[in-house]
Design a protein around this ligand. Structure first.
Ligand SMILES: NC(=O)c1ccc[n+]([C@@H]2O[C@H](COP(=O)([O-])OP(=O)(O)OC[C@H]3O[C@@H](n4cnc5c(N)ncnc54)[C@H](O)[C@@H]3O)[C@@H](O)[C@H]2O)c1
Length: 276
């Protein structure tokens, strides 16, 4: 997308995105490519641990690459795991040698399993922390040194309304997403000296494949455990959920020069649900 002078906002920049095979990650890839960025990305693109929704495939990852290329930008997308710090570092280095550097990071990969507090298991808790928290830390640790080398940049960590308020029947998910809110402030404080901005985005419900398969049935089942808590994600606006493009709009704003003095901020895109 061009500004009033006809310049694409991210021309010549390189964006590193996790969870890029589908859903919000794909929307960020296509949107940032449209703004002019080349895209580096990683996704498990295979079975996700314990989730009640469909897992993504390598074909999904190839489709994201094709969509980025259709925007006229380069796509370096790999199957990989955000729990693998060495793998992320290797991909970041490869991107730097191919594209010349990194400017933007979107730590978006995550999982979400509905389970009441007493049905939850050590595996469910561990997987949320390993992927949604350590995976985000790994993503920043693998990429931030390259932003330092570039002399600045922008990092967006994808949290949730569960990272500001809470999401019922998801102690594990709420814990992981609150950790991202704190991680955003803490990285922003130290990376500010390198002119690197770090912000978080907090979607409410989003229309993505995370809602596929048995996800809605499981949410209804867990809501049955205490119906008083069920409406906590209700927005003030009439639409219940955001499109993936609406979340990409927020990310595109935060990584643009229009947000050049915004850091350590936690931007909700939830129709007001955080205050319901
Ligand atoms: N869908 C929603 O309603 C919603 C609401 C708030 C926040 N979020 C958050 O937004 C982010 C994106 O979710 P989405 O809605 O696009 O869901 P999604 O399941 O469609 O996409 C998530 C992607 O992350 C990838 N991923 C998961 N674990 C990974 C790992 N270990 N290594 C690499 N990739 C991995 C998945 O393969 C998948 O492609 C997540 O962090 C999620 O928690 C989603």
């Amino acid at each position: 997308m061009a500004d009033v002078e006809g310049n694409a906002k991210l021309e010549g920049k390189v964006a590193f995105i996790t969870g890029v095979a589908r859903g919000q990650g794909r929307a960020h890839a296509v949107r940032l490519a449209r703004e002019g960025a080349d895209i580096v990305g990683v996704d498990l693109a295979g079975p996700l641990p314990g989730v009640p929704y469909e897992s993504p495939t390598p074909e999904d990852l190839r489709e994201t690459a094709a969509l980025v290329e259709a925007e006229g930008k380069r796509a370096l997308l790999r199957q990989g795991d955000v729990r693998d710090l060495d793998g992320l570092k290797a991909l970041a280095s490869e991107a730097v040698s191919q594209f010349g550097g990194l400017d933007v990071v979107v730590a978006n990969a995550g999982i979400c399993i509905p389970a009441t507090w007493d049905e939850s298991t050590p595996e469910i808790f561990r997987d949320h922390i390993d992927i949604n928290v350590t995976g985000v830390w790994n993503t920043v640790m693998a990429t931030a040194p390259h932003l330092v080398t570039r002399g600045g940049g922008s990092i967006v960590l994808i949290s949730s309304y569960a990272g500001k308020k809470m999401q019922p029947f998801m102690v594990h998910y709420t814990t992981s997403k609150h950790a991202i809110t704190g991680m955003t402030r803490a990285f922003a404080a130290e990376l500010g000296a390198h002119d690197i901005r770090v912000n978080s985005v907090h979607p409410g419900a989003v229309d993505s494949p995370m809602g596929s398969g048995d996800m809605r049935t499981r949410i209804e089942q867990t809501n049955g455990a205490n119906p008083r808590l069920a409406p906590m994600g209700t927005p003030f606006l009439n639409e219940y959920s955001a499109s993936t493009d609406q979340i990409a709009d927020a990310v595109a704003f935060l990584v643009s020069d229009q947000a050049s003095f915004i850091t350590a901020e936690h931007l909700s895109v939830d129709g007001g649900a955080q205050y319901f």
